[in-house]
Design a protein around this ligand. Structure first.
Ligand code: HEC
Length: 189
């Protein structure tokens, strides 16, 4: 018994010669299709890592996709006030107007939103940063520090930013005030 074990150990590197009780271990190479399948699984794991773990940071992992979906949904809800909003559109416009007049927007965009030496006209349909509600929300939230507009992230709540956005889109745009500043940016289509 112990002899055989020693024998086996001796032959361990020589695969063709494993023999025990007359049973010989063969060394048949795996069939080509098995090897092929094996490489496919390796390739698949690479694709999977990119697609589902979002490697390397390509925004395709679940957390990023979730965030993108939430952002998209919130963007759609801007003009209806956002989650939990109970205001009607006229109420939102009125609230937005109050914010526009009381939170300093008029200093740079004029009392009627027609723009002044500092800020652009918000009453025409030309936009520097885009006319989608979410683009307007972004400008107000983040500001355009390099262009002279401060961020309102800490001054206004999300709901208030939505309200002032609705005010701009539904009341200012198209109002054509006297002394409106010349159009800047590109026309919203
Ligand atoms: C200190 C001056 C200043 C204040 C205060 C200010 N803005 Fe602005 N705003 C600007 C300037 C300058 C721009 C142009 C930014 C650019 O060139 O991208 C701008 C751009 C914008 C735009 C985008 C216009 C476009 O064509 O893309 C919106 C919308 C806007 N402001 C809304 C507001 C609102 C609402 C408030 C108040 C909550 C406000 N701003 C307060 C200076 C100001």
């Amino acid at each position: 018994m112990s002899e055989n074990i020693t024998d086996n150990n001796k032959n361990i590197d020589n695969h063709d010669e494993h023999e025990y009780d007359g049973i010989r271990e063969l060394n048949n190479p795996s069939p080509m299709w098995v090897i092929f399948l094996f490489f496919i699984t390796i390739a698949f794991s690479g694709i999977y890592a990119v697609r589902y773990f979002g490697y390397p940071n390509n925004g395709m992992d679940q957390a990023s996709e979730y965030k993108a979906a939430v952002d998209e949904q919130e963007a759609k809800m801007i003009t209806t006030g956002g989650p939990g909003n109970k205001m009607s559109e006229p109420q939102m416009i009125a609230a937005g107007e109050k914010i526009f007049k009381e939170k300093g927007c008029v200093a740079c965009h004029g009392a009627n939103g027609g723009g002044n030496a500092v800020g652009p006209n918000l009453c025409d349909n030309f936009w520097i940063n885009g006319c989608k509600p979410e683009q307007i929300v972004k400008v107000i939230t983040e500001g355009r520090p390099e262009k002279g507009m401060n961020s309102f992230k800490s001054t206004l709540t999300k709901a208030q930013i939505n309200q002032v956005t609705v005010f701009i889109l539904k009341k200012l745009v198209g109002s054509n005030p006297a002394n409106g500043k010349a159009a800047q940016g590109s026309e919203c289509k």
